[in-house]
Design a protein. Structure first.
Length: 101
């Protein structure tokens, strides 16, 4: 985007905190980085999960614990049902924190 362009749509995108710039000019992102990020995002896609499906927590304080996928909590988080101290509890984690069994 040329200097002086309207950056408002980009800044109002969910998850965008600010535009990285040096000397008032936005930093260009290499095409290879974009491809890597797209590949990484696709490996964490959880859209194939259905409510009741068993998943494993990959990180956070619950790594390795089997849980039950309940629903998405927005676009980047999931709600899971885990057995904690002999009681079922709902937790919300980033979608990247779980893997299909």
């Amino acid at each position: 985007m040329p200097q002086g362009a309207n950056w408002a749509p980009l800044r109002s995108t969910r998850g965008v905190a600010r535009i990285v710039a040096f000397g008032g000019r936005p930093l260009a992102v290499s095409h290879n980085l974009i491809i890597q990020l797209q590949e990484r995002a696709s490996t964490h896609a959880i859209a194939a999960c259905s409510p009741g499906e068993k998943v494993t927590i990959l990180d956070q304080g619950f790594a390795g614990i089997e849980s039950i996928f309940m629903t998405m909590d927005g676009e980047e988080r999931v709600i899971l049902l885990i057995n904690l101290m002999n009681r079922q509890q709902q937790i919300s984690l980033p979608v990247t924190s779980i893997g299909n069994r």
